[in-house]
Design a protein around this ligand. Structure first.
Ligand SMILES: [Zn+2]
Length: 209
């Protein structure tokens, strides 16, 4: 199993990761004053659905998607969305929005009674679908990025988009292995920043070994 080295993806004071490929999205605004950035939200996305490796996700987040290029894209024409990060199938990372700013990834959402999760969360998209396993390197990268973000922000909990938009969203879906993610964080993080502080959703029953 490949391992990304601890210390990678360190986030600077401006909220940018040096080790991520930076593609600045215009789809962000300021977080409310004094907000506690305590939640990490995991998503999946692929464009067109089920196809990997193309430029379309980044194009969507940067408002330059050619909506005539595929029939599915028609419904995305008016969409203005973003996430802070995208982890591709090969484990490479693109950052679209500074983690200090509010990206537009969660939509109508609620976490422990607190609405508008975009205000207080960091959104990470994994290139993938609800219908097939994610790549192992994606878990490794996600864990390394999680640990790096923990060093900069008071993250207390991780949730899936499906957990904060119940009945409306299904990602990252039944093939996302929460236990694999949690174990990868545990391996990479020193005790002070492990899952004793960061809470994860329960392991997916369908994937439990
Ligand atoms: Zn999502």
């Amino acid at each position: 199993m490949s391992r990304t080295e601890p210390g990678k993806f360190l986030v600077d004071a401006d909220g940018w990761c040096a080790d991520a490929c930076r593609m600045a999205s215009p789809n962000f605004d300021a977080r409310p004053a004094g907000v506690n950035i305590g939640l990490l939200v995991v998503h999946n996305i692929s464009l067109p659905p089920g196809q990997f490796g193309g430029p379309h996700i980044a194009d969507l987040f940067c408002n330059r998607l050619d909506c005539d290029a595929h029939p599915y894209f028609e419904q995305l024409r008016a969409l203005r969305v973003s996430a802070h990060f995208l982890i591709r199938r090969d484990g490479s990372v693109i950052q679209f929005v500074s983690a200090n700013e509010r990206a537009w990834h969660a939509g109508v959402s609620s976490h422990r009674g607190q609405e508008r999760c975009n205000d207080f969360s960091i959104g990470i998209e994994l290139e993938g679908t609800d219908a097939e396993p994610f790549a192992q390197i994606q878990y490794q990268t996600l864990a390394t990025l999680t640990v790096a973000l923990q060093r900069r922000y008071p993250l207390a909990e991780v949730a899936g988009h499906e957990h904060i938009a119940l009945g409306r969203k299904t990602d990252p879906g039944p093939f996302f292995d929460w236990d694999c993610y949690r174990q990868a964080v545990k391996r990479q993080a020193p005790l002070a920043v492990t899952n004793e502080i960061l809470r994860f959703p329960p392991a997916n029953a369908a994937l439990r070994r």
